[in-house]
Design a protein around this ligand. Structure first.
Ligand SMILES: [Zn+2]
Ligand SMILES: [Zn+2]
Length: 259
């Protein structure tokens, strides 16, 4: 039993074979997928993510405005997310939200404002948040400490690839750390050292598909079935079987979202 705690399978990359992708995940032992709705909130992207989760008992969804799209966040987007979340019990998290100072697709001051606003709203809705942070560790922690951490429990630092300082801060704030295929990459020695030190009850696994396919699929389109390879890598680090790592991370996911 494995849970892919971060996937983007509502996107066009999967339009031609989404059903088969979902079936392959089930065949690989993936019992649940958290699909993340992102993109322009005025384009129908968030509604599409909710529809996908409504159609499958083993798919849940998070919706929010990604830091890339922060410049598109407005009152209408805010009202839409609240409405969708009220209408559908399949919406279990607010995200992904955060800061991305690597791509800077939205101005940094706008990213920070929109991150703060969505943290506040997630807190009001008591929804865990999915945090995306890249090259903005200090700013991310500062905002979490000053504007609240979302729901209770706070949520997930997704696709964790930060420093041991960030890991420590996030754990102290109550976050779970989710590792992606990056942890399997040959050059990710430092990240594996950090992953080894994360308490077992705070570990999660994800694909972040269609990107970041783990070894041995690196370079291909990623899909939820491949989350097993992330579990295998973490299992080796923690000295246990892949099945046991699957069970532990699936139990963590269920506990966080009270499923
Ligand atoms: Zn992300
Ligand atoms: Zn994502």
């Amino acid at each position: 039993m494995f849970v892919d705690s971060h996937a983007h399978i509502d996107g066009t990359e999967f339009d031609s074979d989404r059903g088969e992708v979902i079936q392959r995940a089930r065949d690989a032992g993936v019992s649940a997928i958290l699909n993340i709705g992102t993109g322009d909130p005025h384009s129908g992207a968030l509604e599409r993510a909710v529809e996908l989760a409504e159609a499958h008992a083993d798919i849940y969804t998070a919706i929010g405005v990604h830091p890339h799209d922060a410049r598109l966040f407005d009152d209408a987007a805010e009202q839409l997310i609240i409405k969708l979340r009220t209408q559908s019990s399949r919406v279990i998290a607010w995200g992904e939200i955060g800061l991305d100072f690597h791509y800077d697709n939205s101005p940094r001051d706008v990213q920070m404002k929109v991150f703060q606003r969505q943290l506040h709203l997630a807190g009001e809705a008591n929804l865990p948040v999915i945090i995306h942070t890249r090259e903005a560790e200090a700013e991310t922690i500062k905002i979490l400490k000053s504007h609240g951490v979302g729901g209770n429990p706070p949520g997930i630092m997704h696709c964790f690839s930060g420093s041991s300082w960030l890991a420590q801060q996030a754990i102290e704030l109550g976050f779970y750390l989710s590792f992606s295929g990056i942890v399997t990459f040959k050059k990710a020695e430092e990240l594996r050292t950090i992953a080894k030190q994360v308490p077992l009850d705070r570990l999660l696994i994800e694909t972040d598909c269609p990107f970041l396919a783990p070894v041995p699929y690196r370079g291909k389109r990623n899909e939820p079935a491949y989350v097993v390879e992330v579990a295998r890598c973490l299992a080796d680090l923690h000295g246990m079987s892949v099945a046991e790592m699957g069970r532990i991370t699936a139990a963590n996911f269920a506990r966080m979202f009270r499923l």
